[in-house]
Ligand binder design. Structure first.
Ligand SMILES: Cc1cc2nc3c(=O)[nH]c(=O)nc-3n(C[C@H](O)[C@H](O)[C@H](O)COP(=O)(O)O)c2cc1C
Ligand SMILES: Nc1ncnc2c1ncn2[C@@H]1O[C@H](COP(=O)(O)OP(=O)(O)O)[C@@H](O)[C@H]1O
Length: 317
């Protein structure tokens, strides 16, 4: 699998290919079906398949301050797309200048001149070019002009249409079962393990405090069952070889204690010997167990944490 950052990374001698385009935040079931169609069309034509995606999120560039919470980091999104069997992932830096291209200019610059598209697969609600003026029909007309077939894939539904917006709503409600169905896997928050208040060890449950990038989609405050694992980042290998521990996760401001900013922290079940500071880790969310509460005593919090850990063990084994 090739990973390209910008059109200049596409090799000079790159031949014809089948391209699918989108933001693909979350790489949810709808995205997965679209990419699968691009891969199958590429197979039919005997050509390689390419995913074209954008970073940062186009909405943030066009309307700053409106960035929707991100379901996947750029790193995780590329990893998930690569896992769908495409030959290349091309991440285009999305700029204001880029956003001002007309549909024709976009098609010519990206799809025709660099990727030599023979086939283009998009979602049926795909919009592109300046002020989102191009749609599937525009793409099909441009396909006749530039010699490619454009195919629109119907949106996937499981009652409601699966969309990044719907997933963000379910996350905000802590409905992790619905989120997992739409994603086809548990929701993940990634980040670096930072120092907290050094209280976890005293309570009997050391927790890795995960500092995630700005705009990360974090589930509703509460206590969850789930998993904690190291992930590789750049050239750094995953801590503990990427081992995946069942975990109890807390999201919130820890109201039992005063003045704590909102944190995501995970206790790897039945371990007290890990050293995760500075490591890049992923927290995968299983079921939400309860709200993050203010306890009258530390003893009451500890007793409840024991019950949470038992429940998390039951749900993850
Ligand atoms: C399973 C679990 C449940 C938790 N539930 C609560 C809670 O209901 N209320 C609360 O104030 N803190 C809760 N916490 C957070 C603890 O207060 C926090 O982990 C502890 O203060 C350690 O913080 P530190 O990592 O900054 O040292 C929970 C943590 C875990 C792992
Ligand atoms: N089972 C475990 N789960 C998570 N972190 C652990 C575990 N055992 C040891 N650790 C280490 O201990 C740290 C958390 O200890 P804690 O007392 O909660 O300190 P802090 O307040 O800095 O988070 C983690 O960052 C990690 O390096």
């Amino acid at each position: 699998m090739r990973a390209w950052h910008g059109l200049d990374d596409v090799p000079e001698d790159w031949g014809r290919s089948v391209v699918t385009i989108g933001v693909f935040d979350g790489v949810h079931q709808g995205h997965q079906q679209m990419v699968a169609r691009a891969v199958s069309m590429a197979g039919e034509l005997g050509l390689p398949s390419v995913v074209v995606t954008f970073d940062p999120h186009p909405e943030e560039v066009v309307r700053p301050g409106t960035h929707p919470p991100r379901l996947t980091t750029a790193r995780h999104r590329t990893e998930l797309l690569a896992g769908l069997g495409v030959d290349a992932v091309c991440v285009l830096p999305f700029t204001l200048e880029f956003s001002r291209m007309s549909p024709d200019e976009f098609v010519q610059t990206v799809l025709v001149d660099r990727l030599h598209a023979a086939g283009v697969v998009v979602g049926e609600n795909f919009r592109f070019g300046h002020k989102a003026s191009g749609d599937v029909e525009t793409l099909q007309t441009l396909g006749e002009k530039y010699d490619f077939v454009a195919e629109a894939v119907p949106l996937v539904s499981n009652g409601d249409t699966i969309s990044s917006t719907l997933i963000r709503e379910r996350l905000a409600a802590g409905d992790m079962e619905a989120v997992a169905v739409a994603l086809g896997r548990p929701h993940r928050v990634e980040g670096v393990v930072v120092r907290g208040y050094q209280r976890g060890r005293q309570l009997g449950f050391p927790t890795a405090n995960v500092e995630s990038p700005e705009f990360t989609a974090i589930p509703a405050d509460g206590v969850y069952a789930g998993w904690l694992q190291g992930v590789s980042n750049g050239n750094l290998p995953a801590v503990y070889g990427g081992h995946r521990w069942p975990a109890a996760i807390s999201v919130g401001t820890n109201p039992t204690f005063e003045g704590v900013p909102r944190t995501v922290e995970a206790y790897a079940l039945d371990r007290d010997d890990l050293d995760l500071y500075g490591a890049h880790v992923a927290v995968d969310f299983g079921r939400r167990l309860r709200a993050n509460l203010r306890f009258d005593s530390i003893e009451a919090l500890i007793a409840q944490m024991h019950a949470d850990v038992d429940e998390a063990r039951r749900l993850t084994s």
